[in-house]
Write a protein that binds this ligand. Structure first.
Ligand code: GLA
Length: 358
């Protein structure tokens, strides 16, 4: 994707998440990072609001800021939310392009929201902090689009730094950068080709289940929940949801220590454990992805892997040595025979968060 004729051009990355899944709306920890796959946004002032998607070759013009129940809502929602915070937005002409697959668990929606917000602020000359931008994009997703997500994606897209993961305590919104020294190993993303369309309704349902579990335990935050508290829940589903949250938070902290000690085999073990918990306790995996994980477990080239993002399809993050591609060729053949879909591998390169190209 190249730049063009003097317009403001913004690149907004997708994100992966090393570990810490479904913890960000439960006051927990996450460890995401941005990847070198982008939503590209070109913007220039205009007499009326016009947006154009290079991918679908479809344009939308609008003169009010009502919801449309289409992808345009990510743009309209950002205008509404910026204005609510006192940032006036003048009409613009916007072109959007992307090499970030949608529905692949790599946060194309947060990339779009944060990118649109950043592009508008650049056009209007607003000096907005990345934290505020991320929070506005989050309110767009929750209040305008209607998915009750946590803050991980918008923070990762806005604040990431190349070669680092972003450790976020989602209770305090404090964050720090964690160098990703993988020393010979690599991270890969494998897109299962299963689109996580069930995503938003099941996602909101998981969130409600966590709230119900907290009520039963008489707690206001998962941060003060112990295994003994969880034992008191008689409903099996709610008990398993709570167990996932508690153990996943522990795994994030253990992964941080393992990364600091350069113990990548141990990091891999936590990735597998995270997957089992997402599969069995949180029930957000799917047969295709469980098949991939089952195959990965058989190879000593692969240290660990797990489903990434909201789940119900999407991608798998894999920590492996460079023998991975050969192993994956064989697994792909079996996957194609079994499911009739070709899994797509992205060799992960970490990226800076949203930025402007001069
Ligand atoms: C989606 C949401 C995030 C987070 C993940 C699951 O990507 O947008 O806030 O909850 O699912 O970890």
């Amino acid at each position: 994707m190249s730049d063009t004729n003097g317009k403001i051009v913004v690149y907004s990355p997708g994100r992966a998440n090393l570990i810490g899944e479904h913890t960000d709306y439960n006051d927990g920890y996450v460890l995401p990072f941005a990847i070198k796959r982008y939503v590209k946004i070109e913007i220039e002032p205009s007499k009326a609001f016009k947006i154009f998607s290079e991918q679908t070759k479809k344009g939308v013009a609008f003169d009010n800021l009502n919801r449309t129940n289409s992808w345009a809502d990510y743009v309209i929602g950002m205008i509404v939310k910026l204005q609510e915070r006192g940032y006036n937005v003048k009409p613009f002409n916007m072109r959007i392009n992307s090499d970030l697959p949608m529905g692949a668990g790599l946060s194309s929606s947060a990339a779009l929201e944060v990118g649109v917000g950043y592009a508008i602020c650049q056009m209007m000359d607003y000096d907005i902090s990345m934290e505020e931008l991320a929070n506005i994009a989050h309110s767009c997703e929750v209040e305008f689009v209607g998915v009750r997500c946590g803050i991980m994606d918008q923070y990762a897209v806005a604040l990431s730094r190349e070669n680092n993961a972003l450790f976020i305590d989602t209770m305090t919104k404090e964050y720090k950068y964690v160098p990703l020294n993988l020393d010979g190993a690599r991270l890969y993303l494998v897109n299962s080709g299963v689109k996580h369309e069930l995503g938003s309704s099941e996602y909101n349902k998981r969130r409600k289940e966590c709230e119900d579990a907290l009520k039963i335990m008489g707690k206001i935050s998962f941060r003060s929940v112990s295994v003994e508290d969880i034992e008191k829940i008689s409903d099996d589903v709610l008990k398993r949801r709570a167990l996932h949250v508690l153990t996943e938070n522990e795994r994030v902290l253990k992964t941080l220590s393992a990364l600091e000690a350069d113990n990548l085999r141990l990091v891999g073990k936590y990735l597998y454990e995270s997957h089992y918990s997402l599969r069995d306790n949180y029930e957000v995996s799917c047969p295709e992805i469980d098949f991939l994980i089952g195959e990965f477990e058989k190879s000593s080239n692969i240290y660990g892997a797990r489903i990434v993002g909201a789940g119900f399809g999407g991608s798998v993050i894999v920590l492996a040595d460079t023998g991975f591609e050969r192993v994956m060729d064989e697994i792909s053949k079996k996957y194609v025979i079994k499911y009739g879909i070709e899994p797509k591998v992205i060799d992960v390169e970490t990226s800076d968060g949203v930025h402007r190209i001069e």
